[in-house]
Ligand binder design. Structure first.
Ligand code: SAH
Ligand code: SF4
Length: 452
C-alpha cells in the first residue's frame, strides 16, 4: 500500500497539509501520543493505561463520554479478566465488538517453546512481534509461586558471572511485552478470575489449562525475595503469587516501561497483585533507585555480590560508575524500606572470589554502617558453558551464611531451581550463537567503554 505523508503517525490528526485534500478523513487510532499501530494499522491495547485507551477510542470516533466508559470496560476485561478476544467482552454491545476488533488487537508475546524442569520450574521462550527472543520463568513453591519476568532482550551490562551479560542489548521490552509476560503466565496457569468469583462478569472465557497445578513438593526451596511476614499466605490457592523483575535485563535501564507495566500489574482493576509481592532487582543503577521507590514502590533487591571495590569492579562492572558506598547510601534512602519491608541483597557465591569469612564480616559491617533493614540472599553460582567462575563449596556457603546470620541478618541460601532447563538465575540467554572467548572479551570491553 502507498504510504502518503498524511498517514504518518508523527503528524497530528488534524494538521492541514498544503495542496492535499483527503476526500475521506478516516480517524486513525495510531495518532495518539506514544502509540504506534502495528503494520496492519491496528493498535495493540496490551500495555496501555486506561487513559490512553480512552484517547484512542476518542480518536477512532467515539465521543468523550462514550470513549471513557468503553475504556473502563475494556480495561477491566483486558487486565482483570484476561480476555484475549473482543467477543468475550460480554457487557459491550454485540455491534461494538467488531468495531473494536477492526481497530485494535489484544496482544500476547508469542510462545516459541515451553519447558518444564524435573523440579516443576517452567521456562518459556517468548518472541516479540519483531522477532526477538526473551525468556520468562515460573518457580512453584509450597506456599507461593514466583514469576521471573524479563525487562530487556539482552543487557547493556556485563556482570562476569551472568549468561545474559554475554548478550548485547537488543532492545528494551515495551510495557505490553512486560505485562504480557504476567498475562501469559496467568493464561497458562488458568488463573484469571472466573465467573464463579464474580457472577456479574459473565464467564466461560478460558479453556481449561493443559498444565496441571504442581503438587507442593518443594518444601524449603524458597525464592526468598519478598516479605516473609506473610507466612502461610497462599493468595487464595493461586499458583502465581509473586513477581520478581529478575529475568533478562536491567530493569532500571528500562525504567519507564517497567514502571508502566508494573502499574498495570499492581492496579486493583488491573492484574491486582500487591506491590508487596513484587520485587525489582537492580545491579545498582544508583540514579534511578529513588525514582523506583517513589514511582513504583515495589520491594527492592540489589545485586551486591561483593564488598570490596576491586572484586565488585570485576564481577559487577557497573560498580566502576556507581561504587559500593553510593549504592548502599541509595539503599538507605530507598523510600518504603523498613524492617517490615527489607531490602534484599543478592550475593552470588563464587569460589575464592567473594566467599571468604572476611567477605562475610565486611558484608555485615557495611549493612550495619548504613543501618540497612536488610536480608541477604546467598545464591549458589549457576554455571554456564564458558563461565569464568566456579560455585563455592556447600561448606563455604554454610560458613558464610553462619557469619551473616550470627549478626542478626537473615541469610537464606537460595535453592537453585530449573537448572536442567537452563532456567536458574543467570542462565537465561536465548541467542543460539556461540561466542569465542575472544569475542566475549571484545564485547565485555565494548560494554565497559559504554559505561564511561
Ligand atoms: N539485572 C538485574 C536483574 C536480573 S539478574 C540484576 O542484575 O539485579 C537476577 C539475579 O541473578 C541477579 O542478582 C544476578 O546477579 C543473579 N545472577 C546472574 N547470573 C547468575 C549466575 N550465573 N548464578 C547465580 N546468580 C546469577
Ligand atoms: Fe545484566 Fe543483571 Fe546479568 Fe548483570 S546480572 S549482566 S545487570 S542481567
Amino acid at each position: 500500500m502507498q504510504h502518503s505523508t498524511h498517514d504518518s503517525p508523527s503528524l497530528p490528526a488534524n494538521m492541514p497539509i498544503a495542496g492535499h485534500i483527503d476526500p475521506v478523513p478516516v480517524p486513525r487510532p495510531g495518532l495518539v501520543d506514544g502509540v504506534t499501530p502495528r503494520e496492519d494499522g491496528r493498535v495493540d491495547l496490551i500495555g496501555l493505561p486506561k487513559k490512553q485507551i480512552a484517547a484512542l477510542f476518542e480518536t477512532a470516533g467515539l465521543d468523550v463520554k462514550a470513549a471513557k466508559l468503553r475504556a473502563k470496560q475494556v480495561y477491566h476485561w483486558l487486565y482483570h479478566r484476561g480476555v484475549t478476544d473482543f467477543e468475550g467482552m460480554t457487557d459491550i454491545a454485540k455491534t461494538m465488538r467488531p468495531w473494536l476488533a477492526e481497530r485494535f488487537v489484544i496482544g500476547r508475546p508469542e510462545i516459541v517453546e515451553a519447558q518444564v524442569s524435573t523440579d516443576g520450574t517452567r521456562k518459556w521462550l517468548l518472541r516479540t512481534a519483531d522477532n526477538h527472543d526473551f525468556e520468562m520463568v515460573f518457580i512453584p513453591d509450597a506456599d507461593r509461586g514466583t514469576l521471573c519476568v524479563s525487562s530487556q532482550v539482552g543487557c547493556t551490562l556485563n556482570c562476569r558471572f551472568c549468561h545474559t551479560g554475554t548478550m548485547r542489548l537488543v532492545r528494551n521490552l515495551t510495557p505490553g511485552e512486560i505485562v504480557g509476560q504476567v498475562m501469559l503466565a496467568r493464561d497458562s496457569l488458568n488463573e484469571w478470575p472466573n465467573a464463579a468469583q464474580n457472577p456479574r462478569d459473565g464467564g466461560g472465557l478460558h479453556q481449561p489449562s493443559v498444565l496441571q497445578p504442581e503438587a507442593p513438593a518443594f518444601a524449603g526451596a524458597h525464592l526468598d525475595d519478598e516479605d516473609d511476614d506473610e507466612g502461610a499466605y497462599t493468595a487464595d490457592g493461586r499458583l502465581l503469587t509473586n513477581i520478581v523483575m529478575m529475568g533478562m535485563g536491567e530493569p532500571l535501564y528500562n525504567f519507564d516501561n517497567v514502571r508502566d507495566a508494573l502499574k498495570l500489574v499492581m492496579d486493583g482493576d488491573g492484574l491486582a497483585l500487591s506491590k508487596r509481592r513484587i520485587t525489582l532487582s537492580t545491579s545498582g543503577v544508583v540514579p534511578m533507585m529513588a525514582r523506583a521507590g517513589e514511582e513504583i514502590g515495589v520491594n527492592l533487591a540489589v545485586s551486591l555480590h561483593a564488598v570490596t571495590k576491586p572484586v565488585r569492579d570485576e564481577i559487577v562492572p557497573i560498580n566502576r560508575k556507581y561504587g559500593i558506598e553510593e549504592l548502599l547510601q541509595a539503599c538507605a534512602d530507598y523510600p518504603g524500606a523498613s524492617n517490615a519491608r527489607r531490602i534484599t541483597f543478592e550475593y552470588v557465591m563464587l569460589k575464592d572470589k567473594n566467599d571468604s569469612d572476611d567477605d562475610a564480616r565486611e558484608l555485615v559491617r557495611l549493612i550495619k554502617q548504613y543501618k540497612l533493614p536488610a536480608k541477604v540472599n546467598l545464591i549458589p553460582f549457576n554455571p554456564w558453558e564458558g563461565a569464568p567462575y566456579e560455585c563455592s563449596t556447600p561448606e563455604r556457603i554454610k560458613a558464610f551464611a553462619k557469619i551473616v546470620f550470627a549478626a542478626g541478618i537473615s541469610a537464606p541460601v537460595r535453592t537453585p531451581r530449573g537448572r536442567d532447563i537452563d532456567a536458574a538465575c543467570g542462565q537465561l540467554k536465548t541467542a543460539a550463537e556461540k561466542k569465542s572467548r575472544a569475542e566475549l572479551d571484545r564485547l565485555a570491553e565494548e560494554k565497559m567503554a559504554a559505561l564511561g
